[in-house]
Design a protein around this ligand. Structure first.
Ligand code: FES
Length: 161
């Protein structure tokens, strides 16, 4: 979801470009800042960068699509980071993913139609002893089983109503 209080005005985007002007790799640094603030790279910002940096739009999209980190769609309100590191994988991470997919009807990297959840796969959340593990908005859920997933998601869905 777009963080409206963080949206930069055209003037602020101009200032950001000015800050990185002439610096090697500036496009990536600028895109990082935008991605950090918005959670994705909005189309209007790409158009603005094209003008300000005087580079083809295709070049900007080439960079955005090359790096997994950059996203073209706004993320869901709740980010589910499911660990697929070795410990979590061996303890049933794939089953947890299957359960998430069957409830939310999305694949990793996608956002639910209602904009509530995005699933992303991560390598290790640093708490392998609790495997399998997932994190939602920074909160860790460990020792997961397929049966626990509906209840965890319901908590976030009910908080919306
Ligand atoms: S492998 Fe999943 S938390 Fe480390």
């Amino acid at each position: 979801m777009e963080a409206s209080n963080n949206i930069r005005s055209d003037k602020e985007i101009k200032d950001l470009v000015e800050k990185w002007k002439g610096v090697e790799g500036n496009l990536i640094m600028i895109l990082h800042t935008i991605q950090d603030e918005y959670g994705y790279i909005p189309r209007h910002v790409s158009f603005e960068l094209q003008k300000l940096l005087d580079i083809p739009l295709a070049r900007i999209y080439e960079v955005i699509t090359f790096y997994n980190y950059f996203k073209l769609e706004p993320p869901g309100k709740h980010k589910i980071s499911l660990c697929m590191g070795t410990a979590c994988y061996l303890k049933g991470g794939v089953d947890i993913l299957g359960e998430l997919k069957s409830i939310l009807h999305i694949e990793p990297g996608q956002t639910t139609k209602d904009g509530l959840f995005t699933i992303e796969l991560v390598r290790c959340l640093g708490c392998c002893g609790l495997s399998p593990v997932m994190m939602i908005d920074g909160k860790i859920y460990g020792k997961l089983s397929q049966e626990k997933i509906p209840e965890i998601l319901t908590h976030y869905i009910e908080a919306e109503s």
